[in-house]
Structure formats: C-alpha cells, structure tokens
Write a protein that binds this ligand. Sequence first.
Ligand code: E4P
Length: 221
Amino acid sequence: MKLFLDSALTDEIRYALDLWDIDGITTNPRHVQASGKPFIQVIQEIGDMVAGTDKSVSTQTNPHYHEDYQAIVEEGRKLSKLSPNFVIKIPSTEHGFKACKILKEEGIRSNLTLCFSASQGLQAMRMGAYYVSPFIAWKEANGDNTDQFIQDMIDIRDNYAFETQILVAAIRNGRQIATAAALGADIVTTSFDVYKDAFAHPFTDLGLNRFQDYWDKTPYE
Ligand code: E4P
C-alpha cells in the first residue's frame, strides 16, 4: 500500500520525501491556507519537489464549482498544464463525476474527494476516476462502520475491474492506516503528525532506553 502525505507545507513534504520515501502528496484548501502562500504558488512549489518522479500531487479545484462541471473541467485543464504530476481533486458530486469523465477522456487524471458512500465511489469509478478518496475519520465520528465502507469500495472496484485506485483519506491514527492496509486499500493519505505517531511506539523508546543501559555497561571488544 502506498503512503501519501496530506500537506502543503514544503518543509514537511521535503522531510517526508527524504526520510519516509513518501509515495505522493495530497493537498486541500485547509493545507494551502495554512501554508500562507497563494494557491498556484504553493502547488507549483510542491510540483517542483516531485518533478521527474512518478509521485502524484492531488490539487484541489475551486469547491464553489461543485454544481458546474464546465468550470471544474476548465480549472482541471489549467492545473494539469502546470505539472505532469498533478492529479485534479474534484468533489464527489453529480457535476464532479461528469467533470471527471470529460477530463479522463482528455487524459487528465482525477481524484474524487469527499467520498462518503460506496455508491458515490461506484459512480466515481464508472466515470473514470484515477483515485477515489473515501473519508474515514469524518464517518467514524458520525458512528459509521468504516471498515465495511473501505471493503465495499475495494469489492466494487474488483467486481467490475475498474482501474480506479482506492485512496483512503481523513486518517487520524496508525490503527486506521493498518486497517486500510489489511483490507487491501491502494493508498492512504494523512498528515505529518499522524505519520510521526504511527511510525513510533512508546515501547520502542522504552526498549531503547533499557538496551542503551546494558550496552553502556558492556565492553565492546
Ligand atoms: C484528503 O485528500 C484530504 O485532503 C484530507 O484527508 C481531508 O480530511 P481531513 O482534513 O479531515 O484530514
């Protein structure tokens, strides 16, 4: 399973590319706003960081266009010209699905975001989504069973041999990363801090302290 970083902070992205060999980047308006930079500037900087690799950068279209597929398509065309690594992030709405289909026919890849049901996922796959992003934590906070949601998305994709990759998003902890992997999701995306916690464990630190004590009390040769 691939791991994507959900961020628009270049320091975080540089660290994650270097130390974690992260497989791709996703951004959203919250992350872009947190960068303090204009949208186009920040996504171009991120695109430059992965230039020459196969690592994708999901860049969001204007969320106000959710009921205007022509506006989504126009913006998708514009963004896709900025970097071959860009995948156009489009909301899982009727107009978003239509825009996805048009962009797919032009060879432009889409990430159908804000997906909260397997039926939305099915339509994203039918319309040619490159990625579809089921949002996990938001549904768990609402009391929904997200394991079944992820499994349904994978089953639908496999039943009909759609080419769409299942990109599990809105992840809050290592358990959710591991569950997505155990179920067979293609990718997860989450924030820098979630990966930092997920890649560590207090018992690893405890064990290191113990072993360092013994190590220091033992001659090396
Ligand atoms: C994914 O592509 C999104 O950018 C992200 O996961 C959104 O969810 P969150 O901001 O609640 O984590």
